[in-house]
Design a protein around this ligand. Structure first.
Ligand code: KG4
Ligand code: ZN
Length: 343
């Protein structure tokens, strides 16, 4: 079955075609970075309006490039949540309109589940059960993934997400939005250890995280001082090292606690090279394997939405929504509330 996936939860418009027999046929992405750059962060109303402008042309272009027509679609999937309410409503309305016109099901997908399953789009793919470290702009979670729809939350951030720690620290360093990639780039020219930042909750005996103290420590380091270019790079390197060390330590602790030997790193922060190097080195030392989505599927994209929907369609009892003109979105939607996989 051919599934069209539409992603509009935040500042990226994504569309993709996933076929349950042939795999990913194509995907397209439009990033709103330039639109929000002047404001230093995502402006929800501007995001919604831009999704309205982009979603259909992006989808039409994708269908043409992939040599498919709307009549070939067996289902239309969209991000139902979590995310920005207005932005989600755009994708949901378009998906339901299309599905209704084509008389196919419309499937609301959980964005976090889509991130968790995204490494299964690449080869070699992990096998269930595995541990997933989900690190995005809004979430930092360790999840035991036993199968599609079977998610056990092992730990999560008690305040800021890892992506937020990157973004807020980047702002304090005078870097533009989005801060994570900009801070990572600056860190490449610096050395960790010249500044000393805390590793919050690194030694706590649970699998939770906390990043708001790190942001405060960065504020203290920059306040009232003029840092030259090298000092800014050194501070960026120390910030990145602190975040990577905490994420790596907790991810390894989750592997040890559960006895599982496969770790998946998903979400936008998973694109960070230093995190990938740190985690791969540490997990390798434990004899565990680490799986990463392709870089283009780490940050928000339509492919993971189409794929997660296709996985759920394989287990039809997991389909929560059929095409109708009544729909809703879920700006907050916990993974653990998702329906379990049927036997
Ligand atoms: O998964 P994602 O695209 O969107 C959410 O669902 O939140 O993640 C976006 C987050 C942002 O905080 C961004 O700064 C961060 O991922 N990010 C990075 C890198 N690329 C994206 N953080 C650090 N290093 C990167 N290379
Ligand atoms: Zn995301």
């Amino acid at each position: 079955m051919l599934v069209l996936g539409i992603e509009t939860s935040c500042d990226e418009t994504g569309a993709a075609l996933y076929d349950s027999g042939r795999g990913l046929l194509g995907h397209a992405l439009y990033s709103q970075v330039a639109l929000h750059a002047d404001y230093g962060g995502v402006v929800p109303e501007l995001a919604s309006r831009d999704h309205i402008r982009r979603t259909l042309p992006l989808t039409q272009g994708l269908l043409e490039q992939s040599g498919c027509g709307t009549r070939d679609l067996g289902a239309v999937a969209y991000t139902e949540g979590p995310g920005l309410a207005g932005a989600l409503l755009v994708g949901a309305a378009i998906a339901h309109g299309l599905a209704y016109a084509l008389k196919v099901p419309a499937l609301g997908v959980n964005h976090l589940e889509a991130h968790l399953l995204s490494p299964l789009l690449s080869e070699p793919a992990p096998r269930f059960p595995f541990i997933a470290l989900l690190v995005s702009g809004g979430h930092t979670q360790l999840v035991r993934v036993a199968g599609v729809g079977q998610y056990e939350l092992l730990g999560e951030t008690v305040d800021d997400a890892a992506g937020e720690a990157f973004d807020k620290s980047a702002k304090l360093l005078g870097l533009g939005y989005p801060g994570g990639p900009a801070l990572a780039q600056l860190a490449e020219r610096g050395r960790a250890g010249k500044f000393h930042l805390p590793r919050p909750m690194r030694a706590s005996d649970d699998l939770n995280f906390s990043f708001s103290g790190l942001k405060t420590a960065v504020l203290t380091a920059v306040r009232g001082r003029t840092l030259d270019e090298q000092a800014r790079a050194d501070l960026a390197a120390e910030i990145e090292a602190a975040i990577v060390e905490v994420l790596t330590g907790k991810a390894l602790a989750a592997l040890e606690d559960t006895g599982l030997r496969q770790l998946v790193v998903a979400g936008g922060v998973g694109a960070n090279r230093s995190l990938r190097a740190g985690i791969s080195r540490a997990a390798g030392g434990l004899g565990c394997s680490v799986f990463y989505p392709e870089l283009e599927f780490c940050t928000d994209n339509g492919a993971m939405i189409a794929f997660a929907a296709a996985m759920r369609l394989e287990h039809s009892s997991l389909i929560t929504h059929h095409s109708s003109l009544a729909f809703t979105v879920r700006p907050r939607w916990d993974l653990e509330t998702l329906a379990p996989q049927s036997a």
